[in-house]
Write a protein that binds this ligand. Structure first.
Ligand code: NDP
Length: 288
């Protein structure tokens, strides 16, 4: 008789709210596809309970997990170490077990860069990023490390925008040849001529506010630009539609979500997962 084993390896996402986070569908589809007896649990964790939840990961021998809003910064002092990227960004979206240590990684920006490489090489590119929150920081740092040279950070609140510009022009510049400037977002923004890549890294357009409009003069989008939206739900945002109409190369938020999932999956399991299976699982969720 074959050896019996009723114990699965555990991974998770902690967030609040978290019920609409679709990552479980994508990761568990890949676990099944690769015959891994693993689970990915979607767990609501209140900010004040995060220390206990991380302690629980240790006690129950979780193999790793993701963090989403509002835990990406607060988790840092609860971990045993950080990757170089997570340390630069000051945010962790992925925990990886290394022996008895829990190490913080950030796969958001790497996932973005991976999906961008499908349409263009970031090297030497001029980039406009709308937004300066966690997603924008992760994308900007990884794009700079991948060789993008000029960044315009457009943000509503000056404090977050200026903080990202400072990060790029100081710590990131020690590692990469990069120049960044801040633009305070007032009224409709005109994309400067010569821009290669435009990224919406705000939460504008996220379900349920699917018709929310980004304050952007869409007549300044041109066919030589790559336009990317981080919003995964729904993938077909208003910006994605406008950019397609303008003839731009368009990347939706599912590409970033799949690619950051691919990186996390490999870090946890050591298996390089089939990205097509993961994208299909998300498309099924969103009816895309
Ligand atoms: P944060 O809360 O850290 O940042 C939100 C950003 O959006 C800030 O720059 C904020 O500006 C800006 N913003 C929000 N509302 C408006 C508005 N009405 N007008 C102008 N600016 C606005 O969030 P995150 O960076 O963590 O997440 C941003 C989005 O990225 C989310 O929708 C998330 O779902 C998505 N995401 C997607 C991933 C993927 O894999 N596809 C991975 C990670 C995130 P201000 O500073 O002025 O408040």
């Amino acid at each position: 008789m074959a050896e019996l084993n009723f114990k699965q390896e555990l991974t998770s996402v902690f967030g609040q709210p978290v019920a609409e986070n679709p990552t479980q569908a994508m990761i568990e589809a890949a676990y099944r596809h690769h015959n891994l007896d693993w689970r990915y649990l979607t767990i609501e964790v209140a900010p004040e309970d995060l220390p206990a939840a991380v302690q629980g990961m240790r006690a129950m021998n979780f193999r790793g997990g993701n963090l989403t809003i509002p835990h990406k910064v607060a988790v840092i002092p609860l971990l045993d170490g950080l990757s170089e990227a997570a340390s630069l960004m000051g945010a962790v979206n992925c925990i990886v077990r290394d022996g008895d240590k829990l190490i913080g990684e950030n796969t958001d920006g790497k996932g973005f860069v991976e999906s961008l490489r499908g349409v263009t090489d970031p090297s030497g590119k001029r980039v406009v990023i709308l937004g300066a929150g966690g997603a924008a920081r992760a994308i900007a740092v990884e794009l700079a490390l991948a060789g993008a040279s000029n960044f315009t950070i457009v943000n509503r609140s000056a404090s977050r925008g200026e903080s990202l510009v400072e990060l790029l022009n100081t710590k990131v510049r020690e590692l990469a040849d990069v120049h960044a400037e801040f633009v305070n977002w007032e009224g409709d923004y005109d994309i400067p001529e010569g821009t290669d890549i435009v990224i919406n890294a705000t939460s504008i357009g996220l379900f349920p506010d699917v018709d929310a409009r980004i304050a952007l003069n869409t007549t300044t989008l041109s066919p030589n630009m790559v336009v990317a939206d981080v919003i995964p739900n729904p993938p077909e945002t208003r910006l994605v539609r406008d950019a397609r109409k303008a003839g731009c190369h368009v990347l939706d938020g599912l590409g970033m979500l799949v690619n950051q999932g691919v990186i996390g999956f490999k870090l946890w399991t050591g298996v390089d997962p089939d990205a097509g299976v993961m994208r299909k699982a998300l498309e099924d969720v969103f009816g895309a």
